[in-house]
Ligand binder design. Structure first.
Ligand code: ZN
Length: 248
């Protein structure tokens, strides 16, 4: 027992005893181990501020070690006003489970490590959606622009939420969606869109139905009716139609 190496009744090592039993190297290592000043022995769960084990603290600790996005990131993603399929795509991107070359090659899938769009740099999800020269051009053509270097897609997503308005956050995820499908089009059909056609994202562009909704808004306003709820609903419907058009 370890406590047999301690001075009886005290919270300190028995230096003489340890020097007698162990060689000088082991004795030095043992004596470096700090001893608790508490009299009672207890178990403490260091991953919780109250030192008590909970499933939640264990889950958070494992997510932190695996570099999984925090719940704050997920809340932001689920709160975006984009179609569910776009959210699902971006969830996969943040979890780094998209079939990019750097994810496929360790699983023995024989693909080129090089980005199929720029043919210059190894492909990763961050490269494909943000750092690739082609993606860079698309971001510059959009209302969102580019930021400095990012350590990961999660880091980039956090920067988007820190610097952009809500509408641009929606557009950023939609542009990622379009970049990914353009990448797949290149891989499978050897076709790549123009940066202008991908980067130009304008939610204000109107379809025939949106134009009709616009006219209805004007008519209702002219009637001086208390229709704020209807107008609010119409505005949301128009925005949703615009987003749906961008993601196809
Ligand atoms: Zn590239």
């Amino acid at each position: 027992m370890v406590d047999s190496l301690m001075v009886p009744g005290q919270q300190s090592w028995d230096y003489d005893l340890i020097a007698d039993i162990f060689n000088s190297r082991d004795a030095a290592l043992i004596l470096q181990v700090p001893l608790s000043v508490r009299q009672n022995e207890d178990w403490y769960w260091l991953a919780d501020p109250k030192w008590q084990f909970t499933v939640r603290s264990c889950y958070n600790m494992l997510n932190f070690e695996a570099n999984v996005p925090s719940s704050k990131v997920w809340k932001r993603l689920w709160g975006l006003e984009v179609p569910g399929k776009v959210k699902h795509f971006f969830w996969r991107a943040l979890m780094n489970v998209l079939p990019t070359a750097d994810n496929l090659r360790p699983r023995k899938v024989e693909v080129s490590p090089i980005c199929p769009i720029c043919n210059a740099v190894n492909e990763s999800v961050l490269h494909c959606l943000v750092e690739c020269l082609f993606a860079h051009s698309c971001w510059l053509l959009s209302s969102i622009g580019t930021f400095g270097s990012c350590s990961s897609l999660i880091d980039w997503f956090e920067q988007i939420f820190t610097r952009c308005c809500k509408e641009d956050c929606n557009l950023a995820v939609i542009l990622c969606w379009r970049l990914w499908f353009n990448r797949n089009d290149k891989v499978w059909n050897d076709h790549c869109s123009q940066a202008q056609s991908l980067g130009y994202l304008d939610l204000r562009e109107e379809s025939a139905l949106e134009g009709w909704l616009e006219t209805l808004e004007v008519v209702l306003l002219q009637q001086s009716v208390r229709v704020s709820l209807i107008l609010f609903t119409l505005a949301r419907l128009k925005r949703w139609l615009s987003v749906k058009r961008l993601v196809g």
